[in-house]
Ligand binder design. Sequence first.
Ligand SMILES: [Zn+2]
Length: 100
Amino acid sequence: MIKYELKCRKDHVFEAWFYDSATYDKQAAGGKIVCPVCNSRKITKAPMAPRIGKSKGEVAAAEAKEVAVAMKALRELRDHVEKNADYVGDQFAEEARKIH
Ligand SMILES: [Zn+2]
């Protein structure tokens, strides 16, 4: 699927999905694409590359989520190490007392 930004002769810009670019060409040539604002059939592609799949915003959001998960894992690891370090420390103090 390809999403095109389309523009009618009155400069209304709208988006439409097509199976592929050939489908767009066929529908545009046959006057099958209609502006949702003014019902004009004089449609051209807006000067913009078709966007396929994820947008930049979606990719950035997914990356931010991965960072958040990694940060959480680091915090949990640090908490774990601190707890164990305290435990070992108490034990060490007790061992030291026994020796004395
Ligand atoms: Zn229009």
